[in-house]
Design a protein around this ligand. Structure first.
Ligand code: NDP
Length: 240
């Protein structure tokens, strides 16, 4: 029977590429999103992948949504916590609202996505937890105190889960993408984009599919001994 994979924020951007790649590998895939119904409908029409709408920042909504996915597709074997947002501002201008919105989505959202699935994975003695962190969680970034803090926190989550889940056949790993050619990055003015690309030794942005291939590998049986790791995919922009 096909394994079941869930991708939060799986209807567009990096998540869309991850959902498609997992489907191509034979997984039953469910993709979640926050509010962009039009994009989600177009994604389902194009891929046949079912989408579900809930706010990852809301524990009860996540729990109910995950239960619905499992009722529809079966127990979730692979969870990809990908949904994330930015609310950038230099620290002296950052508002508590900007801080909390990013923490609630990027950090608490990972807890809310993985926690309701954890006991099921432990009972079935198999699970793959994959969290999409960021290069900026590794190195920090001007005007991203909130975002960098959450993405660094995500690394703490996987390193701890790796230890707790290992004996139960669960692995937890993170991927730290550098700058990837998603709508968000392509929307910045060409001059700014060129200056970003100038900081990347590879001389180009990453492609969402390059992150998706890291995910399919970490989800596979071949990656069973990789636990608590961080894969940096950033074109050589930063080394840990
Ligand atoms: P996008 O903005 O293109 O897509 C974000 C996805 O997450 C959408 O599907 C969105 O739903 C969903 N989402 C956002 N907030 C919530 C929420 N509260 N509840 C549920 N779903 C939510 O993001 P990217 O593809 O660019 O980024 C994906 C991940 O990769 C993020 O965690 C990001 O931090 C990380 N990353 C991205 C990089 C890049 O260069 N793009 C670099 C490094 C890391 P909806 O469509 O309804 O809005």
């Amino acid at each position: 029977m096909a394994r079941v994979a869930l991708v939060t924020g799986g209807s567009r951007g990096i998540g869309e590429a991850i959902s498609k790649a997992l489907k191509a590998e034979g997984y039953e895939v469910a993709a979640t999103y926050a509010g962009n119904d039009e994009k989600a409908a177009a994604f389902t029409a194009a891929t046949g992948i079912k989408t579900y709408k809930w706010n990852v920042a809301d524990y009860e909504a996540s729990k109910a949504g995950l239960a619905q996915v499992e009722a529809d597709l079966g127990p979730i074997d692979v969870v990809v916590a990908n949904a994330g947002i930015t609310r950038d501002a230099p620290f002296h201008k950052m508002t508590p609202e900007q801080w909390h919105e990013v923490v609630d989505t990027n950090l608490t959202g990972v807890f809310n996505t993985v926690h309701p699935l954890w006991n099921g994975m432990r009972e079935r003695k198999f699970g793959r937890v994959i969290v999409i962190s960021s290069i900026n969680g590794q190195k920090g970034q001007f005007a991203q105190v909130n975002y960098a803090a959450t993405k660094a926190g995500d690394l703490g989550i996987v390193k701890s889960l790796a230890q707790e889940g290992a004996r139960a056949g669960i692995t937890a790993n993170a991927i730290c993408p550098g700058y990837i050619a998603t709508e968000m990055v392509m929307a910045v003015p060409e001059k700014v984009r060129d200056s970003i690309i100038g900081q990347i030794p590879t001389g180009r942005l990453g492609e969402p599919e390059e992150i998706a291939r890291c995910v399919t590998f970490l989800a596979s049986d071949d990656a069973g001994f990789i636990n608590g790791s961080t894969i940096s995919a950033n074109g050589g922009q930063f080394f840990v």
